[in-house]
Design a protein around this ligand. Structure first.
Ligand SMILES: [Zn+2]
Length: 188
């Protein structure tokens, strides 16, 4: 069983459908202009399902790694840019986020009412807030710290099986997405 991972940067604040299209295009041109991604001309549902694949400058946006050449040869190493709202699950990485003020773990109701608040966020667009059990500050779920917790939003860009994206490039992507953004690192 091969293990796979992905990293998604997602915009949390809602915008209109037209703005979503425009923002997704801005993210796409940022990546295409730099040569980070190129169109995937050989899409294959099992081998390479993504719209985009690593471009000639992909190495310039990742942390230095010994397995970069291996990454280029791997199946499912594409990039997807989503315009529509979606929920991004950390799958096996799943863990509760931490309080942005005092770093305490999210309160029990985060886990206990997970299914309900996630559905309300996804279906009704109602992002929940949770109160910290230690410092009592109430914070929208998307602003709790962590990369291993579910987030909902659009647009989003997902890197499949890539080496870690550099801090500088993540900042640029968050900037292009605009508003509040979050990161979900998944593993399955
Ligand atoms: Zn706290």
């Amino acid at each position: 069983m091969v293990s796979e991972h992905s990293m998604t940067v997602v915009r949390l604040d809602e915008i209109s459908a037209i703005e979503r299209e425009r923002t997704a295009s801005a993210v796409q041109s940022l990546l295409v202009t730099r040569g980070v991604i190129v169109p995937n001309d050989r899409r294959d549902q099992l081998w390479q399902p993504s719209t985009w694949k690593p471009g000639p400058e992909a190495a310039t946006v990742v942390e230095p790694t010994s397995w970069f050449d291996g990454f280029l040869q791997t199946a499912d190493n594409g990039v997807d840019i989503s315009v529509d709202r979606d929920a991004y699950h950390p799958v096996e990485n799943d863990e509760a986020p931490r309080c942005p003020r005092c770093d305490a773990e999210a309160p029990a109701d985060y886990t206990e009412s997970y299914a309900e608040w996630l559905e309300a966020w996804m279906v009704e667009g109602h992002e929940p807030s949770f109160s910290c059990g230690s410092c009592y500050r109430s914070t929208p779920v998307g602003d709790w710290n962590g990369r291993f917790s579910v987030l909902v939003g659009a647009p989003a860009v997902t890197f499949l099986n890539w080496p870690p994206i550099s801090h500088g490039h993540l900042a640029e992507l968050r900037d292009a997405l605009g508003g509040r953004t979050g990161i979900v690192s998944s593993h399955w």
